[in-house]
Write a protein that binds this ligand. Sequence first.
Ligand code: PLP
Length: 254
Amino acid sequence: MVVLIAAGLDPSGGAGMVADVATVARRGLRAAAVVTAQTVQDSARCHEAIAGDPELVAGQIARVVVDLPIAAVKIGMLGDEKVARAVAAGLSPLAARGVPIVLDPVLRATAGSALLDGDPRSALEALLAIASLVTPNREEAARLSGIPVDDEKGQIAAAQQLREQGVHAVLVKGGHFAGDSVADLFLDGGDPLWLRSPRIPGEAPHGTGCALSTEIACALAAGNDLRESVALAHARVVERIAAAVSVGKGRKFL
Ligand code: PLP
């Protein structure tokens, strides 16, 4: 069973493609990998980000989509609108077959560079339409929905607005709020699902958003439905954050 990752390269390995492929391997699945962007990055900071070549990305996706039994897709950093649209076009045959697509709408690194140029609503328009789930953090949810996200009410309002914009399901992550607990909100057509966990003290590890969206894609590939996959992946990432280790001189890795 194959999980297709379309993501940027973080050479430190803490986030992006290297971390995503490691997550897929951790779950006993195979990864196919299309690098959409490059970064100059270490465990402390992202210094530079450059989008990939949309034609190369389109060619790579076209090959793996025809060749491999792809059971789920995770999309991370895209760099710019041309690459984002190339990924959306390349994935449309999978979307038409009902293969689940998880979109982590990465806009900027926690410390440093923008990871998507331009207006995210326009850049991600085609991907938002085909994604089974979109996993914005607070800032990403606000920029994609146009609604301020300052508290749990804001999380609900932004998720509802994104659904009204045609997004199938949304997970608005709450890790960037202050407080002793963290609440992520999952919203599809049914009852809202709040995933709560105590805040783990210390600086947030690098690459937690990447890990969460890839864990969800892996759980979907293993045959769980979307709601179960989100809950399972959330529990796995909470465990992984508690067990994070110092590898480089900056933030911990999962
Ligand atoms: N680098 C790449 C390639 C990423 O995909 C991401 C996040 O998705 C990051 C860096 C940012 O990670 P963090 O916010 O943990 O710094």
